[in-house]
Design a protein around this ligand. Sequence first.
Ligand SMILES: *Cc1c(COP(=O)(O)O)cnc(C)c1O
Length: 453
Amino acid sequence: MSKQKKFILQESEIPTQWYNIQADMPNKPLPPIHPATRQPLGWEDLAHIFPTECCKQELDTEHAWIDIPEEVLDKYKYYRATPLVRAYALEEAIDTPAHIYFKNESTNPLGSHKINSALPQCYYAKQEGTTNVTTETGAGQWGAALSYAASVFGLEAAVYQVKISMQQKPYRSSIMRTFGAAVTGSPSMSTRAGKDIITKDPTHTGSLGTAISEAVELATTTPHCKYTLGSVLNHVGLHQSIIGLEAEKQMAMAGEYPDMVIACFGGGSNFGGIAFPFMRHNILDGKTTEFIAAEPESCPKLTRGKFEYDFGDEAGYTPLLPMFTIGHNFKPANIHAGGLRYHGAGMIVSQLIKDKMMRGVDIPQLETFEAGILFARTEGIIPAPESSHAIAAAIREAKKCKETGEEKVILFNLSGHGLIDMTAYDQFINGDLNNYQVSDEEIARNLQDVPKA
Ligand SMILES: *Cc1c(COP(=O)(O)O)cnc(C)c1O
């Protein structure tokens, strides 16, 4: 019989600093620029939107290690350290010589890695006297994490949730409301941006882009209200580095070091979180680990996008960010991995792809569900549809090892569980799900809307 082996850290072994890869990158990410003046932005220019400390972390290219505040560490200890698991049963099922490990970020009550950044963002907001936080959420994992973190630090939370996701995953709104947040479907009639989007397209089912526009508008027009973001930005990836830093210690307990690190990719935060602490050793110590980001075939910014300055949101409220993008107006198909339906990649990851220090791979929806179901039946955890992209990529690599006979060590991040995504599993099992390809013409058309730098 196959077995499962967990590597568990004691509370005293939880890292007390985050890792900031910007300090070690051979080529630093290009700065965000102001859409009108085209001047690079400093942290002061972002501080009317985000908590000040987050703005400083965002543009910090000097300090590789940043202390985790004591109060945040205390809250991390409610659910950390998370287990690292050797997936023997999965290995056996695909008959691979590869060693497959996964870091299980689904064990906290919110069910995904997002809480790792929600806690520090709310902590810093509270520290500077903010009373309200607002944000967007796609599938609802970020909104759920933020709602919880806001209640922990005594803040009011207003969440704009992508309309289609709200319909697909009604229980996520229930979770947010249980933690006390006000939840609005986006696009909504409650903001200028929402009204403009609905006027142009009354049937718009929403996207992360529309929801970001609405939340940013609320933050900039409301006193003592700060905007928070669940991915894409550098400081979010910084907070997520706790995943990889723990995994590094746990891989050492297992007596192995990964040849490959894999994570699914929405904006890049869970990918950066597990990958960057290992990539540090590629940069500084000559390790040769491969890094693979798994995105949906229906939203292929890493594999088919262009490196351009583009807006982070649909309405064009954000600064221009240097990113791999398929255009801020891109409307991804309604796949169930709602957390991966974003048009651009974070600034750090975009630079790393440009520098060939990592690569993207795109995976069709049906393959992700096949992988998710195999994982559930072998390892006993029903993965989030987002995480199933990482599982599918890991299975592809493990199958290659079967052909070549290589005993590669593959580590992937299980970014969340799928217990609130059972409608999607039902649809897959009933044969009602499809793949969605994007044509070159559609990508080219969307890229025409990217502002000329
Ligand atoms: C949000 C989310 C993602 C995608 O976001 P990243 O910033 O790319 O990490 C992946 N998995 C789960 C479970 C999520 O909630």
